[in-house]
Design a protein around this ligand. Structure first.
Ligand SMILES: *[C@@H]1O[C@H](CO)[C@@H](O)[C@H](O)[C@H]1NC(C)=O
Ligand SMILES: *[C@@H]1O[C@H](CO)[C@@H](O)[C@H](O)[C@H]1NC(C)=O
Ligand SMILES: *[C@@H]1O[C@H](CO)[C@@H](O)[C@H](O)[C@H]1NC(C)=O
Length: 776
């Protein structure tokens, strides 16, 4: 992404300047330079607004006009008269109705194309204007009519039954999406051809062999970051932008997604979480770290009410109840913060259950450079280590890997050290000794971290092979990272390369093994399944990550040629026969920059996001809220099941759990996969992990005896999911805390030293200095 530091330059680009103002401030009315507050009313590119005073909106019955600058077009029409109605005919795929809400508002009946679709209550205990009262985003691209009728009804709490109309916003819809395979001799399998037909029909299953892909649910806030937090919920984090889900009268930028009902609940996020990273700690608490400065427009800094997120540590305490009741984000930078500003940092749980926070940039931007680089790491909670007492520790590797080194790829290895890849290089960092062991560079000049984003996994760790770790890194780009953005094209081919290396001393000498995916991909997502297989989804066959600053942008996307077909990779199959794209389903939905995917507790793969835009856009490639579910064939097989799973699994501890095994399964075909589902953003699947546990099956096949991983080196203490895999078919995963469930080590001296020696808003200070010396 580009931060607001780039906005001034962006505005001069022809593709963006079709809007008359910066998109962060998209609801500034034409002809005005005064921003209004961060209300839900917004006209995304690809949409059109119709004011209540438009002659196309036909009112009947008794309506009263009000005039005020806070209304769209300075006018509002309201009624308290039962049966009064409006009719508005539009052509497009979506319609939004905006108006006021407060304690005197009532209930309206909404009809679309003559069919009653909703009873909408505009009552709210607190007053807000320019609210999205009703929306429908999934209409077929055609002419439609919305009719709103005053029902005469109100909720018991309401003191009145006012219904008002401030404006309508129509989503015009994009032309049918064509998948153009970049390499004609290696065509995309099963490429979808009709974007709109599929988009208009949710929950259709596109079946390819036994894998299926279906569309169900919308995320409400764009899914830039995704983590499964419980058996029923996923956390979704975005940036400050005009998402349809609202909270306290303004658009939300964090939400909990119910995996069973597909409902979304907005979260209170104070600071801008644009391009943060995240992890669980050993006690099950999740932290979301770093981000973007305050979103502001050219004239005002207080528009959006958000706080600078670059040093934020946002805390989500364990949230395991079925309705996620009472779960919310806590942040207070006066007490809890990073020592230094970080945008595009990677956050990793390490062997002692704390978080290592790696790299990033001190300012927003695009390609990292020596001025903006933050070539350090720090810990949460802060540690008194290597003489730094809570302050950042220098990383020579993060200097040497400039420029394409943001969102470094990192995995905690079974000896407690950390594998890190950035740009074209890799190393193993020993955090206890503060020493680096450099590894062979990635083959063929492929760069794998932002904005040349590839994806990576630590392949399954197996006691049978002594937990020897092996990493897999796929996709990325061979573009030169010193080339200015305006010389790079969205059509520049991405890399199809996967590089794989065993990290034993001998194997490192033998270097990387190279394989080719069926398609090149920039920004893919690789997801480990409980079976040990990998699916690769999302991404584009050309271009680069980010938006708004290369040649031949599609909308604002720096990448193009979305790869719509998922690919299966079987790490244990013989080389040359590991990839399977032919029997995998295709999606009608392009998923480029800011897309995500994760394994769910059920065993299917949740796919969401894509937003190569400054703010919500409906122009291809627009802001994507639809969720897809990729179902492996095992979802329809007779599945094993676990019961009586305890809450904790200690290191080396042997426990007995109940099991149901299909009758045909032999005990020798039973495995137990302990998985961390990871924290996913920007193609980085931090913490993603599969450790096979030692297991024996009782004679009556009713019980499993399982031994916990030997140490926090093999599985960093914290939450995990247990799947029993019988004859290649996994059960539903059961949540467990590995270790003793205690928090990570807390060093009060290091916390005090950090708070004493750092400011909560160092980025602002940098900006101030910059302004003082008169430079841009
Ligand atoms: C296209 O794909 C074929 C088959 O995978 C491969 O041999 C060829 O090198 C590719 N060409 C380009 C230009 O990538
Ligand atoms: C470094 O990156 C920042 C943010 O993108 C940019 O403003 C600055 O001009 C760059 N500096 C150099 C020397 O390229
Ligand atoms: C877990 O540890 C962190 C860091 O010390 C702390 O902020 C958090 O409140 C703890 N969570 C629980 C549930 O105790």
């Amino acid at each position: 992404m580009l931060s607001l530091f780039h906005l001034l330059t962006l505005i001069t680009l022809p593709l963006i300047s079709s809007a008359t103002e910066s998109a962060w401030n998209g609801h500034v009315l034409p002809g005005s330079t005064n921003p209004s507050s961060f209300t839900p009313y917004y006209i995304p590119p690809g949409a059109k607004s119709y004011d209540s005073a438009s002659p196309l909106v036909h009112f009947s019955g008794k309506w009263t006009d009000s005039y005020a600058s806070r209304y769209v077009g300075h006018t509002l029409r309201s009624t308290t008269s039962k049966g009064s109605s409006i009719i508005f005919t539009f052509t497009g795929t979506g319609i939004e109705w905006f108006g006021n809400v407060d304690s005197r508002h009532g209930i309206a009946d909404v009809y679309i194309d003559g069919k009653l679709v909703d009873h909408v209550d505009s009552y709210s205990p607190t007053a807000h204007y320019q609210q999205r009262i009703f929306w429908e985003f999934s209409l077929p691209r055609a002419k439609h009519t919305i009719k709103i009728i005053h029902s005469g009804k109100r909720s018991p709490e309401s003191k009145g039954n006012i219904i008002d109309i401030d404006a309508f916003v129509v989503t015009l819809g994009t032309s049918p999406h064509q998948s153009v395979p970049l390499n004609q001799s290696a065509p995309v399998q099963n490429a979808a051809t009709d974007f709109n037909a599929a988009a208009a029909a949710p929950a259709i299953a596109l079946s390819g062999s036994h894998w299926t892909l279906s569309q169900q649910g919308t995320t409400g806030v764009h899914a830039m970051q995704l983590a499964i937090i419980s058996s029923s919920h996923a956390l979704i984090m975005d940036k400050v932008e005009h998402n349809p889900l609202t909270i306290d009268g303004h658009p939300a930028w964090g939400a909990l997604y119910n995996l069973n009902t597909h409902d979304v609940t907005p979260l209170h996020v104070k600071s801008n979480s644009f391009c943060a990273g995240g992890t669980f700690l050993s006690n099950g608490t999740l932290i979301n770290v770093g981000g973007n400065p305050v979103v502001e427009d050219r004239t005002s800094s207080a528009d959006f009410g958000d706080v600078d997120g670059m040093q934020s540590v946002r805390i989500l305490e364990p949230c395991d109840s079925g309705d996620a009741g009472g779960c919310d984000i806590y942040e207070n930078q006066a007490r809890i913060r990073l020592a230094s500003p970080r945008w595009y940092n990677t956050v990793l749980r390490i062997a002692d259950g704390s978080a290592m926070i790696l790299g990033g940039s001190r300012k927003g931007g695009w390609m990292n450079n020596a001025t903006t680089n933050n070539p350090t790491l720090e810990y949460f909670p802060p540690k008194n280590i290597h003489g730094r007492n809570g302050l950042p520790i220098e990383s020579p590797f993060l200097v040497d890997t400039l420029s394409s080194n943001l969102f470094p790829i990192a995995f905690s290895l079974p000896d407690g050290r950390i594998f890190i890849a950035a740009n074209n290089d890799a190393m193993i960092y020993d955090w206890r000794a503060n020493s680096e062991q450099r590894l062979p560079a990635l083959p063929n000049g492929v760069r794998v971290t932002y904005p040349m984003s590839g994806t990576a996994l630590l392949l399954p760790l197996d006691p049978a092979t002594g937990y020897i770790p092996e990493v897999l890194i796929c996709g990325g780009s061979t573009l030169d990272d010193k080339t200015p953005s305006w010389e790079i094209s969205s059509q520049a081919p991405a890399s199809p390369q996967c590089a794989r290396m065993l990290l034993s001393q001998d194997a490192i000498g033998a270097g990387w093994h190279v394989e080719q995916m069926p398609n090149p991909r920039i920004m893919p997502d690789a997801v480990l399944l409980p079976t040990g297989d990998v699916v690769i989804v999302n991404g584009g066959a050309s271009g680069i990550a980010g938006y708004g600053n290369v040649k031949n942008q599609i909308g604002a996307s720096n990448a193009a040629n979305p790869v719509l077909t998922s690919v299966l990779y079987r790490p244990n199959a013989p080389a040359g026969s590991r990839f399977d794209g032919a029997s995998m389903p295709s999606s009608p939905i392009p998923r480029l920059y800011h897309s995500v995917a994760t394994l769910t507790p059920n065993g299917d793969v949740m796919i969401a996001g894509s937003n190569p835009n400054l703010d919500r856009s409906e122009v291809e490639y627009g802001t994507e809220y639809r969720v897809e579910w990729l179902r492996p064939p095992y979802m329809d097989a007779e599945r094993p099941a676990l019961d009586n799973v305890p809450e904790l699994l200690g290191f080396g501890q042997t426990i007995e759990v109940g099991v149901h095994l299909p009758a045909s399964v032999q005990p020798s075909d039973v495995k137990v996969s302990l998985m961390d589902l990871g924290y996913v953003t920007h193609a980085v699947h931090a913490n993603s992990r599969l450790v096979y546990l030692q297991v024996s099956v009782s004679d009556d096949k009713q019980k499993l005896t399982i031994t916990g991983p030997p140490s926090g080196d093999v599985y960093p203490p914290g939450p995990g999911w247990l799947y029993v895999v019988a004859g290649g078919v996994p059960s539903v995963g059961r949540k467990i805390i590995v270790g003793d469930g205690h928090g990570p080590p807390v060093d009060q001296g290091a916390i005090d030293n950090l708070l004493k020696n750092t400011d909560p808003d160092q980025d602002k200070k940098d900006k101030q200095d910059k302004q003082d010396d008169g430079s841009e």
